[in-house]
Design a protein around this ligand. Sequence first.
Ligand code: KIV
Length: 283
Amino acid sequence: MAKKKSILDLHKMKSNKEKVAWITAYDFPTASFAEQAGMDMILVGDSLGMVVLGYQGTVPVTMDDCISHCQAVRRGAPNTFVVGDMPFGSYHKSDEDAVENAVRFLKEADVDAIKLEGGVRIASRIKAIADAGIVAIGHIGLTPQSAGQLGGFKAQGLYVDSAEDLIKDAIAIEEAGALALLLEAVPPELTEFIASKLSIPVYSIGAGLPCDGQLIICGDMLGMFQAFTPKFVKKYANVAEVITNAFKEYVDDVKGENFPEDKHVYHIKDSLEDFQKLFNKYE
Ligand code: KIV
């Protein structure tokens, strides 16, 4: 079993130009599969609201939802760097509130870092969390919690003006004390520039190759999440089809009395005559 990575190991991987493989997971089995596969990091994203809980977006997800899913993931992946995602409303009121909620992730779910969305406007939150000794990871570009403000789940930084805002955000995040940055749905040209300006690792979800590693949503790459598939997703499996076909086969077996078979039942240990006597008593 590989030793659990620390943030320093992730920084060393950047210096050694070794790419980080990062995936989301929300439950015990997926987390243990990710660890067995040699994943460097797991994000317990608030995407759990859409992928697991069936909400239209991430906004309804609560701190308690996140903590409970982080706990399950930690149990499944005790030796993997786990990042807890701060849900909408958990860092919006004040620096104090942000620290209090970030602390909950560490104390109650034993995560290694927390992630929060936003740039310049949340720099003071990142500073407060970093000052509390917690590893904070910034997230800019397409930030799903502000999808309403962005006009939907849309690529960001495609034009010079918005690209400049993202460069300012990235610099502010590093200066505030974040120890890594996630860029979502921005063009690779901008990713490459931002990665070259920062000394902290820069990771991509839909932001192309020129950075320090990739994140993907497990429900997307496994073909479990069916509402929509972003352009930046590569599907590695069609698990929805596998599960649905298995369920259909089970329904047919039950209706046709082809399940359970003899090998699926427990056999009596006393004689049938003895059992018949017992049944007769209750006739
Ligand atoms: O919640 C999540 O999974 C995320 C990714 C979209 C980056 O924040």
